[in-house]
Design a protein around this ligand. Structure first.
Ligand code: GBH
Length: 475
């Protein structure tokens, strides 16, 4: 009896799911195959090659558009329970609108979904992982309130075509990243530099777009298909750098919950203290109204409760302190927040470290505990966690350590904190186009040989390690 209890106590609960992920622009390639139209990333990388570290682009990437069978075979060999991928909006709807649904685009995603299901892997589908149709960007993209309707119609097409087989939908990946970096600092596509303005228009419209897609599913698809819909966001866990700074750490966490509070809090709307600070800053800067667009009563109610789970992408944590000079370039959410007058750093003991990632495994546990305490025992799905390396080698010891350390904390969240976390996702299944870092930055648990015309995929030590965890269901 004792042995059985011990074994059970060290295993992840029966319903817990292990997966891995990629996104369309980062792996598909085939940027102009058939009737696909250009996305903002196609245009951004073609017009500004120097925005990418190695001047590369996603024209070919891992060619998953043609090599999807190989990706499925890999996912299967690792024993994944689910595979999270995204649909390229301009591949499915070449005109951006629902007037014209691509036959080849539909076939591609049907093949991928059916191929996964045929080997017992659940497809988890993201509708938006940053590759907006360029023609919609020409109309303002995420800063145009009309996107709420464009996105809802896109979601309707996807739910209609694939909803019979796809039971987990992620509407939007990391609004924090593409709003603040795509429409704020302008580092990511579409490269709009409008800090404090464009990024907040994007924030409001992304939140409403998500909610409209959720309500659509609720009304027209849920009875039939019984799936789950939510969004996933990047979360950085913030702690005070020095004693007595807890209030600032909480402020940073509140700004990080810009897309969480409106959905999961009882009162809905923007986090009140963040709304207050941005209004105050706007007044001081002589604006006639807050740079953070207000939400109407109707919008607040549309968004409130519009998710069946918390999607959490977690990579790293930060220590928070007050900025001495507000002019310092502060890039939310990793380096600081000009809005809050805060700068972020990490501890030198947080290892391994790579670029913006400093490994701090307790962060993922504290984050989930905090979300649960603030918003109730809502189901959490970790939809990204992973480690980058410039070293392409197969013996990726540091990545193994990173994944193991984080899985340990996820396990403790369940057993010690009673957090309702039901999924873990290793980002990424294969090396891919890592946005501004190009191909030099590798996140795959599986190596891709970019010098090989066949783009051969080879599992790394981390892939074997992860496969073993999945098989034994314990860390
Ligand atoms: C996630 O982004 C993405 O969802 C995924 O596509 C990506 O491949 C993965 O993580 C690994 O990076 O301008 O200083 O903020 C994580 C958030 C946002 C972090 C963009 C890097 C660029 C540096 N990323 N950011 S900065």
């Amino acid at each position: 009896v004792f042995v059985t209890w011990c074994e059970a106590a060290s295993k992840f609960p029966a319903g817990f799911q292990f997966g891995s992920a990629t996104s369309s622009y980062q792996v598909e390639g085939a940027w102009n195959a058939s009737d696909k139209s250009p996305s903002i990333w196609d245009v951004f990388v073609h017009e500004h090659p120097s925005a990418i570290a190695d001047h590369s682009n996603g024209d070919v990437a891992c060619d998953s558009y043609h090599l999807w069978k190989k990706d499925i075979a890999l996912a299967r060999s690792l024993g994944l329970n689910f595979y999270r991928f995204s649909i390229a909006w301009p591949r499915l709807l070449p005109e951006g609108f629902s007037n014209n649904v691509s036959k080849d685009g539909t076939t591609y995603y049907n093949n991928l979904i059916n191929g996964l299901l045929s080997v017992g892997i659940e497809p988890v589908v993201t509708l938006y992982h940053w590759d907006l149709p360029q023609n919609l960007q020409d109309l303002g993209g995420w800063t145009n309130i009309e996107i709420v309707n464009w996105f809802q119609e896109y979601a309707r097409v996807a739910f209609t075509l694939f909803g019979d087989r796809v039971k987990t939908w992620v509407t939007i990946n990391e609004p924090t990243s593409f709003c603040n970096v795509g429409y704020g600092t302008g580092i990511l596509a579409p490269g709009v530099v409008s800090p404090g303005i464009g990024e907040y228009l994007c924030a409001k419209n992304a939140l409403l777009s998500h909610a409209k897609a959720y309500r659509l599913y609720e009304k027209e698809f849920r009875d039939k298909y019984k799936g789950q819909v939510g969004l996933t966001n990047q979360f950085v866990w913030y702690e005070a750098k020095n004693p007595g700074q807890e209030q600032n750490a909480q402020l940073a966490r509140d700004l990080g919950e810009l897309y969480t509070f409106p959905i999961f809090s009882n009162i809905g709307g923007w986090p009140p203290n963040i709304e207050f600070i941005i209004a105050k800053n706007s007044r001081a800067e002589n604006y006639s109204s807050s740079r953070l667009p207000a939400l109407t009563e109707e919008e607040i109610n549309l968004v409130k409760g519009s998710a069946d789970f918390f999607g959490v992408n977690y990579y790293t944590s930060r220590l928070v302190e007050e900025a001495c000079h507000h002019e310092q370039i502060l890039v939310w959410p990793l380096f600081g927040s000009r809005e809050l007058g805060l700068v972020f750093s990490y501890d030198s003991t947080w290892l391994p470290r790579y670029d913006w990632i400093a490994s701090y495994p307790p962060g993922i546990r504290r984050l989930m505990k905090s979300l649960t305490e603030r918003y109730g025992n809502i189901e959490i799905k970790i939809f990204e966690n992973g480690f980058g390396m410039s070293d392409p080698s197969l013996n990726d010891t540091r990545r193994v350590q990173y994944i193991r350390d984080h899985l340990e904390q996820v396990f403790l969240s369940i057993t010690e904190d009673g957090v309702n976390v039901t999924a873990y996702t290793a980002w990424a299944l294969i090396d891919n186009f890592e946005w501004n870092s190009g191909y030099k930055s590798r996140f795959g648990i599986v190596h891709v040989d970019y010098n090989d015309p066949k783009l051969k995929r080879t599992p790394r030590a981390s892939a074997y390690y992860y496969a073993d965890v999945i098989k034994k269901r314990e860390v």
